[in-house]
Design a binder for this molecule. Structure first.
Ligand code: BJW
Ligand code: ZN
Length: 232
C-alpha cells in the first residue's frame, strides 16, 4: 500500500518544539508578517535572523519522540511505499531514524544564498551575515519557505499524492496552503484519508477518519495497526 504522510508542528510538540498557532505557540509573541515573509526579512533582516538563530540553537536541546520513531519504523517496514512530507523545519524525523524526508518548508539546518541560490548545511548563527561558501557574498538567509514563496518539490509531492492509497495528516492545523489542500488532492485520486491531531483541524471534515489525541500516542498505535495488517 502506498502511503503519503504529512506532518506538521504538532508531531514535534511533545519533543518541546513550540507549534505556531497554539496558545503558547511560536507566534504568540510575534506577528507572522514580522518574521515569516520575504518583506519582513527585507525590513528587519537582523531580527529575523535572530529569530531563526534561536530556533536553530534550540534544536540541540530537543529529542525525537515516539511519533517520529514510529514513522521511521514504518519506513523500515515498507520502504519506498512511504512518502513522508513534512512542513517542519526541524530535523527530528531524521534523528528519529527516517531516511527519506521531504521538507517542503525548508530546513533550519540549511542556509540559502539570496545571491547565487546555493543551499548549504548550516549549524551556526546567521545574524552576522557570514559569506556564502560558493559566491562569497554575505547573502545567507535561513533556508525556509516564507509566505508568498513556493514550497520545495511540489511536483514530487503532487505525483506522490496522485499515487497514494492512504493519506495521513499528523499534527497540523490545516491553516496553511498548499499543504492544507493535500487531503483533497489525495481524495480526488481515490485515497483513503486519516487525520491524527490533538483536536479537529480546520480541514477535519475532508478526512474519512479523524482521531484526536497526542501524536506520541496516536502515531505508534496507527503504525502498529498498519504493520499488523501487513503481517496478517
Ligand atoms: C498536536 C499536538 C500533539 C499540538 N499531538 N497534535 C488565501 C487563501 C488560501 C491560500 C492563501 C491565501 N492567501 C495566501 C495564501 C497562500 C499562503 C497561505 O496558506 N496563507 C494562509 C495564511 C491562508 N501560502 C503560501 O504562501 C505558501 N506558498 C504558496 O502558496 O505558494 C504558491 C504555490 C503553491 C504551490 C505551487 C505553486 C505555487 C507558503 C507557505 C509557507 C509557510 N511557512 C511557514 C513558516 C516556515 C518557516 C518557519 O518555521 O518559521 O511554515 S508558516 C508556518 O505554518 C510553518 C508551518 O510549516 C506552517 C503550518 O503550521 P502547522 O505545522 O500546521 O502548525 P500549527 O501550529 O498551525 O498547528 C499545529 C497543530 O498541531 C494544531 O492543530 C494542534 O492542535 C496540533 N497539536 N500539539 C498532535 N502533541
Ligand atoms: Zn552565494
Amino acid at each position: 500500500m502506498r502511503i503519503v504522510v504529512l506532518t506538521g508542528a504538532g508531531i514535534s510538540a511533545e519533543s518541546g518544539v513550540p507549534t505556531f498557532r497554539d496558545a503558547d505557540g511560536l507566534w504568540e509573541g510575534h506577528h507572522i508578517e514580522d518574521v515569516a515573509t520575504p518583506e519582513a526579512y527585507l525590513r528587519q533582516p537582523t531580527a529575523v535572523q535572530r529569530f531563526y538563530d534561536a530556533r536553530r540553537a534550540a534544536l540541540a536541546g530537543v529529542e525525537p519522540n515516539p511519533a517520529h520513531t514510529a514513522l521511521a519504523r514504518l519506513e523500515d517496514a515498507i520502504g519506498d511505499d512511504l512518502f513522508l512530507v513534512t512542513q517542519n523545519i526541524d530535523d527530528l524525523h531524521e534523528r528519529g531514524g527516517s531516511r527519506r524526508v521531504h521538507h517542503m518548508h525548508g530546513e533550519l539546518l540549511k542556509a540559502l544564498c539570496s545571491n547565487c541560490g546555493c543551499r548549504t548545511e548550516w549549524t551556526g548563527d546567521l545574524v552576522d551575515f557570514p559569506p556564502c561558501p560558493r559566491c562569497g557574498l554575505p547573502e545567507l538567509r535561513p533556508d525556509v519557505v516564507w509566505f508568498g514563496e513556493v514550497p520545495y518539490g511540489m511536483d514530487v509531492i503532487l505525483a506522490e499524492l496522485e499515487q497514494a492509497e492512504l493519506f495521513v495528516s499528523i499534527g497540523t492545523s490545516g491553516a496553511v496552503y498548499p499543504a492544507a489542500g493535500f487531503v483533497q488532492v489525495a481524495r480526488r485520486n481515490g485515497a483513503a484519508t486519516l487525520e491524527l491531531n490533538l483536536e479537529p483541524s480546520e480541514g477535519s471534515i475532508f478526512f474519512r477518519q479523524a482521531r484526536q489525541g497526542r501524536a506520541g500516542d496516536l502515531v505508534p498505535a496507527w503504525v502498529d495497526e498498519v504493520l499488523a495488517g501487513l503481517i496478517a
